[in-house]
Design a binder for this molecule. Structure first.
Ligand SMILES: Cc1cc2nc3c(=O)[nH]c(=O)nc-3n(C[C@H](O)[C@H](O)[C@H](O)COP(=O)(O)OP(=O)(O)OC[C@H]3O[C@@H](n4cnc5c(N)ncnc54)[C@H](O)[C@@H]3O)c2cc1C
Length: 371
């Protein structure tokens, strides 16, 4: 039995880890050339009942506690005129309900738990026939069970469903302030130790402190078309001019918020927010399945990584429990995964709806403090 996992993201690596713990051979094919080839992005919050549960099953919870940031749970919620709606500071002895972790640290924890040769770097999947994978460098490899853990733009997905990610109407520009404590202590104090959200009508600014002292800033524009970046007047190739244009787009917002944009460095990245249909399923096929974003891409409001980790672990456990009947194991995994991730997808879509609504700040406050 040859198990091929395409994608060394969180979900694919969680699966590889559980298979390794159960002495089941598997190969992970990853298009990046090495673990450090690309920045892994910012922080993730891992929830006790899902992402942390997965790490516990994978024998990695102690390693996780060593890299988790309790204070990352802090939250400040504001309105564009500067009104503070909510401030939650995490006490030192608070439970680790949903601590933040640096995505690169988490990926390294998973990678370090696998044998060196488990991941075949530099293998970008182009296509898959029955039983054979074809890579961009012209090489190929056989498989009996193929697991698509290849993220939002999955190539494996087409073997199971015609569904494709669609634009949610939200366009995000990512920026960041490096080493903020030293370079802009006033802004560092404003953002605090965790998440900082300013929600306006159809527009938002969120900032998040990362483990390396960088604050990532995400400027969200709702109700936008797919070609919005091209029509926005933001010159992405000229970061200084892009910041000036972005400040223009935030005209009327409190000066502290536009000061945060002005303090950003030359990273200015357009990110369109896309999702798969909530509740997507497919008829089970014995030799192929999907996990993580490949199966259920949802808005980035805190569920995707948690679901991907748990998918990987539960698929691994199902395969270990039925070593002689992989089709049944896959079916069992998919049944649970469809139900669990549909619920997470519905909740994410609901939060996304709040973010896009007029008076988003007050609505989010009511979400956090119901009644
Ligand atoms: C800005 C932002 C913030 C987020 N914050 C959170 C959060 O706080 N909490 C949370 O739970 N989720 C969060 N998410 C969502 C989360 O990042 C994803 O849901 C999660 O990373 C999905 O994991 P995955 O393993 O399915 O896919 P990925 O992490 O995308 O990994 C896919 C892997 O497959 C590889 N790959 C792709 N195509 C190929 C190919 N053709 N051949 C070989 N390899 C390939 C990629 O290089 C990558 O390594 C956030 C997302 C964004 C964009």
């Amino acid at each position: 039995m040859t198990i091929a996992i395409v994608g060394a993201g969180l979900g694919g690596l969680a699966l590889a880890r559980v298979l390794h713990m159960n002495d089941i051979d598997a190969v992970v094919y990853e298009r990046e050339s090495s673990r450090g080839a690309r920045g892994q992005g910012g922080m993730l919050d891992l929830h006790s009942g899902t992402g942390q549960r997965a790490l516990r099953e994978a024998g990695l919870i102690d390693g996780f506690h060593a890299i988790a940031r309790r204070a990352g749970q802090d939250l400040r919620l504001l309105e564009p005129d500067g009104t503070l709606l909510l401030q939650e500071d995490t006490p030192d002895d608070a439970p680790l309900e949903r601590p933040e972790v640096d995505r690169a640290d988490l990926r390294n924890l998973l990678l370090d738990s696998l044998p060196e040769q488990a991941v075949h770097w530099g293998h970008a999947l182009e296509s898959a026939d029955t039983g054979l994978l074809h890579f961009a460098d012209g090489s190929s490899a056989p498989y009996d069970l193929l697991v698509g853990a290849d993220g939002a733009d999955s190539r494996v997905r087409a073997l199971l469903t015609d569904a494709r990610p669609v634009h949610t109407g939200q366009s995000v520009v990512e920026l960041g302030v490096p080493d903020i404590d030293r370079t802009h202590p006033d802004l560092a104090a404003m953002v605090g130790r965790g998440n900082y959200w300013v929600l306006g009508s159809g527009q938002s600014l969120s900032a998040q402190r990362n483990g390396d002292g960088r604050v990532r800033v995400y400027l969200g524009f709702h109700h936008t078309a797919e070609d919005w970046f091209a029509r926005s007047g933001i010159p992405f190739g000229d970061p200084a001019a892009a910041r000036v244009r972005l400040i223009e787009l935030f005209a009327g917002w409190d000066a502290r918020f536009t000061a945060l944009i002005a303090a950003c460095d030359d990273t200015v990245l357009p990110r369109a927010v896309t999702t798969l249909p909530v509740g997507l399923t497919w008829p089970s096929r014995p030799g192929v399945t999907l996990l993580g974003d490949a199966a259920h891409l949802m808005p980035p409001v805190g569920q995707g990584a948690n679901m991907a980790l748990l998918d990987g672990v539960l698929l691994g456990l199902a395969l270990a429990a039925r070593p002689d009947d992989h089709p049944a194991a896959v079916k069992e995994y998919e049944r649970e995964m469809f139900e669990r991730t549909s619920a997470a997808g519905r909740q994410s879509a609901y939060i996304q709806e709040i973010l896009a609504s007029p008076d988003a700040g007050r609505k989010m406050l009511a979400f956090f403090q119901p009644g």
